[in-house]
Design a binder for this molecule. Structure first.
Ligand SMILES: C[S@@+](CC[C@H](N)C(=O)[O-])C[C@H]1O[C@@H](n2cnc3c(N)ncnc32)[C@H](O)[C@@H]1O
Length: 287
């Protein structure tokens, strides 16, 4: 994304798509992250089969149905009792609820989302779960409404690819993390070049594909924001068949484009850390 207008446009498209997805879940069908069109629920290759049976049993079924992610950040983030967790783009709230269980009553899990319908769905899922140590905030991940150095772990599930200003998102994540805090995010990343007609397609941007960063750009942007210990671990590599599914309904020539992108879109787990504060040894001289 280049201009402020482009960024505002993409935000509106994303809000509209995920508002509609939340309403579909409320009315009893499921949604998905990767598909360009998904009016009737889906078996999307990016979104399906992310949570195991024991995790599924920890949250209401509706929270699982509302899952639109591309990974399972709470399984990989190693959350500890008492920690403060923030989920960027919390959607129907599944990762917030799972995090709240992991950090226990002395910890807290916050979810941040800009889409009213998603926030309503998340609050309903929290009510059904009975989990108390949770708060959902309305706002944008580019302007996180939280204090500096207030969070132990920033998680996110298939959301940063949707932002038109990823540098700003990563700077904000860095700002709110405490020194030593962890960034533990599932996202779609790209390995290699993808056709420009995919990059320019708004539907595919809202479907978590067109806005995905190249892996080396992700690493560079995290480093520029101040993070260290950066690692990108692939969790699933999209095949040509997957590409055919997530391109379905977008205005592209699927038979030509799908073979070109096979193996290039990867669901990944991205880890990084905010450097710990240097230990103060007191004044260098006495008197
Ligand atoms: C693909 S869904 C993922 C939802 C959730 N993380 C999950 O795993 O089910 C993307 C979510 O991010 C939210 N979102 C996208 N861009 C955002 C932004 N710039 N600021 C805040 N929320 C955003 C959308 O409203 C939507 O709920």
């Amino acid at each position: 994304m280049s201009t402020d207008t482009d960024i505002a446009d993409i935000k509106e498209v994303v809000k509209e798509k995920y508002g509609a997805a939340a309403l579909r879940v409320t009315s009893g069908s499921s949604g998905c992250c990767g598909s360009a069109t998904n009016a009737t629920g889906c078996t999307d290759p990016i979104t399906s089969n992310l949570y195991n049976v024991s995790q599924a049993g920890e949250v209401p079924e509706e929270a699982l149905l509302a899952s639109l992610g591309c990974g399972n950040p709470t399984a990989l983030a190693q959350l500890r009792p008492g920690e403060i967790v923030l989920d960027l783009g919390s959607g129907g709230g599944i990762d917030v609820l799972l995090s709240a269980r992991r950090v226990g009553p002395n910890g807290k899990a916050y979810g941040l989302d800009m889409t009213d319908e998603m926030l309503a769905l998340a609050l309903e899922n929290q009510r059904k779960s009975g989990i108390k140590n949770v708060e959902f905030l309305k706002g944008e991940i580019e302007h996180i409404p939280m204090r500096d150095n207030s969070v132990d772990v920033v998680i996110s599930n298939c959301v940063i690819n949707l932002s038109g200003d990823k540098d700003r998102v990563l700077r904000e994540a860095f700002r709110v993390l405490k020194p030593g805090g962890r960034f533990a995010v599932a996202d779609v990343v790209v390995r290699g070049e993808v056709p420009v007609e995919i990059r320019r397609n708004m539907e595919l941007w809202a479907g978590c594909v067109a806005g995905a960063l190249n892996d080396y750009d992700y690493v560079a942007k995290l480093a520029r924001a101040g993070f260290d210990g950066i690692d990108i671990e692939p969790t699933r590599v999209s095949t040509e068949d997957d590409a055919r599914q997530f391109l379905a309904g977008a205005d592209v020539d699927i038979d030509r484009v799908a073979p070109q992108v096979a193996g290039k879109f990867i669901s990944a787990f991205i880890r990084a850390a905010k450097p710990a504060a240097k230990e103060s040894r007191g004044p260098a001289c006495c008197g």
